[in-house]
Design a protein around this ligand. Structure first.
Ligand SMILES: [Zn+2]
Ligand SMILES: [Zn+2]
Length: 392
């Protein structure tokens, strides 16, 4: 509201109170007039609609001690206080009931019914007139939703279809989201339906806070709905089957297009983001697209070479040719036995050999090993180590 508004409009006259009226008198006068001229009680009456706007605007200023003081000062400085509110006077209020639910879908999911011809249109028609936004009739995309899922190691590698329970805030069905038992809430007199009150500063520099009286809803329920206790909101949950693609890894956030909240008025659905947690496997590990496994081999297999059977995840075992003289800890590659990639191909299985030292030796084995010791007496396995320790 500009200084010009302040000078031209006699808010005291609008509310029918004297200039020295108390706050309580102003509040009382506003309530009476707002009730009489409320759009719900005067459907299609353009004059009542205009009056309701003026009354709201007047209360917006006179109902706030700080703004009232500014108004009085402005008029004392500039004006004669003539009352000349013509067509188009008054502030623009952007009141969109849909905003109360953060873009949640209407009850029943349909565009028609629900809010379509209800309270939202009454207020939308009233406050959005002339604003030129037309926001209420445009399709709105549904909200993005985030969820979590825990998969087993194997499910993450192969992909899985998992049930996902999702809850969202929706308008209460019993009261069509109004919070009022009869579906006729009162516009909050404190914030005049905007859900916000200005604080501090002056003129265009004022700050706004959510209105305390209506908790930012802009509406007050005289007869609170018994289902939602006046909040106008209902928690709804649905379970849907979600396909998690093969090859996801722990901590990955995947996006499922169009699986979020439904859109409004024909708008597209939002997306669903799923954060994936992957459980451990007792044998296999993951390194990107590759799987890992540690396979014990005997000393003779490592020294003499041999064929070693290696388990794979969900498939038949593969046979790995171990060359003679394979050192402990060497990693070998079984191609195409890893996790599924995006393009459908598979990564590899990385096989790390671990030489197993026997704990219990039979007599025959012990004798054979003693003979082996004798045969290799001339070889010191630590000769190179000590050489290297001396140098450099
Ligand atoms: Zn309020
Ligand atoms: Zn309700």
């Amino acid at each position: 509201m500009s200084t010009k508004d302040f000078v031209e409009k006699d808010y005291y006259k609008v509310l029918g109170v004297p200039k020295d009226a108390t706050d309580a008198e102003i509040k009382k006068a506003y309530r009476k007039l707002a009730r009489e001229n409320h759009p719900d009680a005067n459907k299609g009456d353009a004059k009542a609609e205009e009056r309701f706007k003026e009354i709201s605007e007047a209360n917006d200023v006179l109902g706030d001690p700080k703004r009232r003081k500014e108004y009085d000062e402005a008029r004392a400085l500039f004006g004669n206080g003539g009352f000349r509110a013509g067509p188009g006077a008054g502030g623009t209020f952007n009141f969109d009931l849909g905003d109360l639910f953060g873009g949640a879908p209407p009850p029943g999911g349909g565009g028609a019914g629900g809010f379509g011809g209800g309270l939202g249109d009454v207020f939308g028609g009233l406050f959005n007139r002339g604003a030129g936004t037309g926001a209420r009739t445009q399709p709105r995309r549904g909200q993005d939703v985030e969820s979590e899922v825990t998969l087993s190691f194997t499910e993450a590698v192969d992909g899985a279809t998992v049930p996902l329970r999702m809850s969202s805030q929706q308008p209460c069905k019993a009261c069509s989201g109004t919070g009022d038992k009869n579906g006729t809430p009162r516009v909050c007199p404190t914030c005049v339906g905007t859900g916000q009150v200005s604080r501090g500063g002056s003129g265009s520099f004022s700050l706004t806070d959510p209105c305390v009286d209506c908790k930012g809803r802009g509406l007050i329920a005289e007869n609170p709905c018994e289902v939602c206790h006046g909040s106008g909101r209902a928690k709804s949950s649905r379970t849907m089957q979600v396909r998690i693609p093969a090859g996801v890894s722990d901590g990955q956030r995947i996006r499922l297009r169009g699986k979020g909240a439904p859109g409004e008025r024909g708008g597209p659905a939002g997306d669903l983001y799923v954060v994936v947690h992957v459980g451990e496997h007792p044998v296999f590990g993951r390194k990107g697209d590759n799987l890992t496994v540690t396979v014990p081999v005997s000393f003779t297999e490592a020294a003499l070479g041999g064929e070693v059977r290696v388990p794979t995840l969900g498939g038949p075992p593969v046979t790995l040719k171990l060359p003679a003289g394979t050192p402990n800890g060497r990693t070998m590659r079984a191609r195409g036995k890893g996790a599924v990639r995006k393009d459908g191909t598979r990564g590899d299985l990385l096989v790390t050999v671990e030489v197993a030292v026997p704990v219990d030796l039979g007599d025959e084995a012990r004798e054979a090993l003693e003979a082996y010791r004798k045969a290799t007496e001339g070889h010191d396995p630590r000769a190179e180590l000590f050489q290297a320790a001396k140098g450099a």
